[in-house]
Design a protein around this ligand. Structure first.
Ligand code: NG6
Ligand code: CA
Length: 509
């Protein structure tokens, strides 16, 4: 508390001091000219545009996230680069478009690390600028060099990419290995019960969701029928490591404890925490105290749980006097999905809740709901509460934060400096953006969305989501047509041509 206050006072005194001086001809240099607030990125998994109160949800209550939105900037055109997890996280951490890297697709739990250790990353940038850097939560960017022994040090991973501290789950909650990894080592591993992981074949004698449905407490709908952990059938096979296996219902509390501990340990220095929550990705496993909390089934319950977790985390910042000195960015890695492979009543109990907020598509889709997500910037006493329509993307955090430290980001050209928009000082964000969904790309520019023709099914019937595939170009005015119902490609041939040219230039075609 004291330290935070002191810091704040010091900054205020300095600011007053500076403003009394005659206008400096040259930029102030040295320690105090550059601001170094703590930076926290709270990143949700599969949370849709309409899944929180501040973005229009009425059936689902998210008071803590809403407080961030009401006291900060609520962006209406905030984007993940992609409609799935790995590529969005790749872009967030590297500032590079994920379609430049063919490995940036949904990864199995055994995939090697897809970020080069000599590549620029957000944590490296912050480290260079005096920050301690940590990640707590979901990783899903691969680990190791392709030959990981889960019983030894697992590297390279986050700690080789600029994170001083990492406490992660390797891939997704529905993929093996179902263990936490603490700075490159499986947490709580009993050396007498080694872990083996395979995405190719089962280990002899190990039950699977496919062959042993009687051992499952959650039923699989598609995929998710391999190794069973805690009664939940997963993607991939795993053997051993019994003591290290996570308890799904405790995951939210467990990550919260780690995030709080991180803040407490590093409150005396500028810190960057990438807090990547696992909700509401499948399997949706609310702690018993949240079961039934939303009335919308487990998907709603884990969103309520995540909101509670965020509230507790904010309390911890507040308790330590850090609110005025912490820049918080809240967003999601991709849009919503209801049935993503388990029977968990997400569809049946949805009622009138609209996870997409009326946008078309969802997770996996090139339509807006795939990538347009809640995006909130909160910095108490610093950022004016407002709603901003500026187009902002997670890809831009790298160049924007670099600008905050007067650091050059020319090594990361895809990332744009939109710091004034992110701090609410300008309503101009990016001019355009290439969005990506399962390897396909599309263009957002101004009020327009352009989707090039793609072969393939119009709808993924397993998840019941429109993917955006069509034989012809699709052009939508998303300002006037929020739900992308009217293809204007034939009505505005010149606009169509203009956007095709922009798209092809950006894609290097
Ligand atoms: C899909 C899984 C889905 C989810 C997704 C990754 C099947 C049939 N579906 O392959 O359940 O795990 O991958 O989601 O296995 S993401 O948010 O991490 O991108
Ligand atoms: Ca996701």
């Amino acid at each position: 508390m004291k330290r935070g206050l002191l810091k704040h006072l010091l900054v205020s005194v300095l600011a007053v001091g500076l403003s009394c001086k005659p206008k400096p001809k040259e930029k102030e240099v040295g320690e105090e000219a550059v601001q170094r607030p703590n930076i926290v990125v709270i990143y949700m998994d599969d949370l849709g545009y309409g899944d929180i109160g501040a973005y229009g949800a009425t059936e689902l209550k998210t008071p803590n996230i809403d407080k961030l939105a009401e006291g900060g900037i609520r962006f209406t055109s905030g984007y993940a680069t992609s409609a799935t997890c790995t590529p969005s996280r790749y872009a967030l951490l590297t500032g590079q478009y994920p379609w430049r890297r063919k490995e940036a697709r949904i990864l199995p739990g055994t995939a090697p690390l897809i970020i080069d250790t000599d590549q620029p990353t957000l944590p490296k940038l912050l480290k260079k600028n005096g920050y301690h850097t940590g990640i707590v939560g979901k990783w899903h960017l691969g680990l190791g060099d392709g030959h990981v022994d889960w019983n030894k040090e697992i590297a390279p991973g986050p700690n080789q990419l600029g994170f001083d501290y990492s406490y992660i789950l390797a891939a997704t909650q529905d993929r093996v290995p179902t263990v936490y990894i603490d700075n490159g080592k499986v947490d709580n591993l009993d050396p007498n019960d080694p872990i083996e992981v395979s995405y190719k074949k089962n280990f002899e004698g190990e039950p699977t969701g496919k062959d042993n449905p009687e051992l499952t407490t959650m039923k699989w709908h598609h995929g998710h029928n391999q190794s069973i952990v805690n009664g939940i059938p997963r993607i991939g096979y795993m053997k051993g490591g019994k003591a290290a296996r996570w308890k799904d219902v405790d995951m939210a509390d467990h990550f919260l404890e780690k995030a709080k501990a991180y803040v407490n340990e590093h409150k005396g220095e500028p810190f960057f925490l990438y807090y990547a929550l696992q909700q509401p990705h499948v399997p949706r496993t609310p702690h018993p105290r949240f079961v039934g909390a939303s009335g919308l089934g487990p998907r709603g319950d884990v969103i309520v749980e995540a909101d509670w977790v965020i509230g507790e985390f904010l309390k911890e910042l507040d308790k330590n006097g850090l609110m005025e000195n912490t820049l918080i960015i809240f967003s999601s890695d991709n849009g919503p999905v209801l049935n993503d492979g388990y029977y968990d009543e997400a569809v049946e109990k949805l009622g009138s809740h609209t996870p997409t907020g009326g946008l078309r598509g969802g997770k996996y889709s090139l339509f807006e709901a795939g990538t347009r997500v809640p995006f909130i910037v909160y910095w108490k006493g610093k950022v004016e509460p407002q709603v901003s329509d500026a187009m902002v993307c997670q890809l831009d955090l790298y160049a924007s934060l670099a600008a905050m430290f007067d650091t050059d980001a020319t090594d990361v050209p895809d990332s744009e400096n939109i710091l004034p928009a992110l701090l609410g000082e300008s309503d101009t964000g990016r001019e355009n953006l290439i969005v990506e969904a399962t390897g396909r790309t599309a263009l957002r520019q101004g009020d327009w969305a352009l989707i090039p023709p793609y072969k393939g099914a119009a709808i993924n019937t397993q998840v019941n989501i429109e993917l955006g595939n069509a034989e012809e170009y699709q052009l939508y005015n998303i300002k006037e047509d929020w739900g992308q119902q009217e293809n204007l490609a034939e009505t505005y041939p010149e606009k169509l041509q203009e956007l095709i040219e922009v798209y092809e230039k950006l894609r290097g075609k």
